[in-house]
Design a binder for this molecule. Structure first.
Ligand SMILES: NC(=O)c1ccc[n+]([C@@H]2O[C@H](COP(=O)([O-])OP(=O)(O)OC[C@H]3O[C@@H](n4cnc5c(N)ncnc54)[C@H](O)[C@@H]3O)[C@@H](O)[C@H]2O)c1
Length: 271
């Protein structure tokens, strides 16, 4: 169903890797809602080639950019404004990667070069993106910027490893930069703290199957899917949420405020 909530709005979508990606579903929904955008991903992710299918389906162009490289981001912002024919109204940062997780390094046995790399990709890239947009005055007033995060920024999830620290940093950047973007440009900046979701990044976390099933049993509404997340992001890019900013918004079926649920208790009770 389309409500035409994003008619005439232009933006950039980072992080669509395959059809499971949260950014992929979001691109499809934004397209349905009348928004136009440039798709971007790391040059290395382009090799999979799938993003071309999404570009075709949504009538969008692709501009590769490594989100850790400022020169790539600046070229992306310029290129997006040129291709879309004006300043931007929305930007989705849907990027995450931990080299320690990938290499199976335990949190108590980190390789700090990997830690730094993961922090750059997962957190500082958000600052770099916003700084490029800000310096180029690339956002329209009442525009909206969203990054995706996870509750391991606030609570302990042992296997989330250094991504927990990266997400805490990312959420802090949203507040700190969001202040200047709000005051100077009337642009809002928020993070969405999403349920565990079966994507390439999600499934890279050790014990993901247990993790996602537990969250589902704990949440009164069940886990939020990638499509649910796409719909929530559409609302944050629409004009209906103009004064929501500097927030970390839990989008998790209620999980974050639960202590225990009947379904989880039953697994521990004798009868
Ligand atoms: N899947 C989950 O359980 C879950 C839960 C909460 C939050 N999130 C967050 O959602 C976001 C999207 O992840 P996803 O689950 O859709 O997985 P995904 O693997 O589909 O997306 C991650 C994306 O990051 C991109 N990326 C990695 N390094 C990059 C770089 N240097 N430059 C540009 N892009 C780069 C990848 O190419 C990929 O497209 C991430 O921030 C993730 O942490 C995911």
């Amino acid at each position: 169903m389309s409500y035409n909530l994003l008619k005439g709005k232009r933006g950039i979508i980072f992080g669509a890797l395959d059809e499971n990606s949260i950014a992929w579903k979001t691109a499809e929904r934004i397209h349905e809602e009348g928004g136009t955008f440039v798709l971007t991903n790391a040059p290395i992710a382009m090799r999979m080639g799938k993003i071309k299918d999404l570009a075709e389906k949504t009538g969008s162009e692709i501009i590769p950019a490594d989100a850790t490289k400022v020169e790539d981001l600046e070229a992306l912002v310029d290129g997006a404004m040129e291709k879309l024919g004006g300043k931007l109204d929305f930007v989705l940062h849907s990027i995450g990667m931990s080299v320690n997780v990938r290499k199976g390094n335990h949190y108590t046995d980190m390789n700090y070069d990997y830690t730094t790399k993961g922090w750059d990709v997962s957190a500082v890239s958000f600052h770099k993106t916003m700084q490029s947009l800000y310096k180029k005055d690339a956002m329209n007033e009442w525009g909206s910027i969203v990054a995706l995060t996870y509750m391991a920024a606030q609570r302990v999830f042992p296997d989330y490893n250094d991504m927990a620290d990266n997400k805490a940093y990312l959420e802090s950047i949203a507040r700190s930069f969001g202040y200047f973007f709000g005051k100077d440009k009337k642009v809002r900046v928020n993070t969405i703290s999403q349920s565990p979701t079966p994507t390439t990044a999600g499934q890279g976390v050790k014990g993901f199957d247990g993790f996602i099933a537990y969250a589902d049993k704990m949440s009164p509404l069940g886990n939020a899917t990638a499509l649910d997340c796409a719909n929530y992001t559409v609302s944050l890019f629409s004009d209906l949420t103009k004064r929501v900013t500097l927030q970390n918004l839990f989008h998790d079926g209620g999980f974050s405020n639960m202590g225990v649920s009947q379904a989880v208790m039953e697994t521990f009770m004798d009868e």
